[in-house]
Design a binder for this molecule. Sequence first.
Ligand code: HAM
Length: 437
Amino acid sequence: MIRKVKGTRDVLPPESRLWAEVENTAHRVFDGFGYDEIRMPVMEPTELYVRSVGEDTDIVAKEMYTFADRKGRSLTLRPEGTAGVARSYIENGLGQRPQPLRLSYFGPMFRYEKMQRGRYRQFAQIGIELLGAATPAADVEVLLVLHTFLAELGFDDLVIVLNNLGDPEDRPVFIEQLKSELEPRRVELCSDCQRRWDANPLRILDCKVARCRELVADTTPVADVANPEARAHVEAVEAGLNDLGIPVRRAPRLVRGLDYYLRTVFEVVSPELGEDTVICGGGRYDRLIADLGGSQVPGIGFAIGEDRLVEVLPEVFRQEVFDRPLIAVLPIGPDAAAPGLSLSRRLALAGLAAPAEVTGRSLKAGLKWAGKIGARAVAILGESEIAEGTVIVRDLENSEQKTVRLDDVAEYTRRLLARSVEASTGSESNDGHERVG
Ligand code: HAM
């Protein structure tokens, strides 16, 4: 037996329906705020990530799926989406379009990481990028979109944490300060942090080892070293979020694992998964496009880890997705097969979920099958129904059945399924306006 590659997953039905509905919700919310989808290649020149995410980051140093193609070019399976967006912006002259440009993206990313809960080697991200706006209002918008999306999924317990990394000019000052404060205890840092000391000292702040956490807890926050303009920027972002009633918490030691960030950085954590399993990460990257050879175009965005998000989806959302009512179409006898499929099409086009029996089961076996797949009702088509242009619709919950004219079957079924949804959720009667498919 051939098995899947370690760190990859099969998302099977009905779980896959959660994914689809999460993506539908994202499209609806993002589109509403004016974000249009960009579809980018899954592989890019390796150099793109070296120059954007940064050579000394974990991602580039040890997590990329990099290979030589048949002509010896070094390619990499994308570990994230922002670099590809920046590359595409420059290459396609997207700066010519009205600014700011609002883009969303969905799809698989690849990182060779140690396997653990919520950490995969192929995982999916849902992200947005807002390019060409440097104002605090742009940051507020991006966080508003994030908050709105999560609220639409029914989350009320997620926490947005935010920090101010200052500008790149502030970084050497901060690093010097950090090192001078940690120097006396340097030997107590873990071996990874010993390496980070020279390669990427900012990441010491992000170490998960308890002793390292204790040691950095007393150091000066990076935001305190930021220049006044950067400070005013992030304070204005916080004020804007406050005006909108979006709760965020300052996380003075929050740094991110990618080098392109400056000023505003943020993450979303879930009480269920804990602070080490971040659901969403994002921030501002005003130098990225210029660093990749484009003009000075500021940007800000986020990416949500869809695998992790689906894992902690609120129960109400899951129920709503899984409760989608089905009507099974049951043609009786070989001559009924085509009319059965025709009925399936009629119901499907009316927005109902109506799988047909196509293996030639008898009425009795067909009803049993319908029960097994969770159908609420069955549309039975026998010789006489076909001759008369009717269908028998049977409610599987109370075994009542009624003969309905073909032309009326979609509306009749819609009402019947809506009633059974109401009964199961105890919601008010709202004939004909229920979500049933
Ligand atoms: P990131 O923090 O590296 O940021 O990844 C964003 C999210 O992807 C994480 O918060 C996490 O939920 C998910 N993720 C990352 N690695 C894995 C993994 N191995 N398994 C499952 N989920 C994972 C970025 O990628 C930036 N490009 C975000 C951004 C967009 N910044 C500005 N715009």
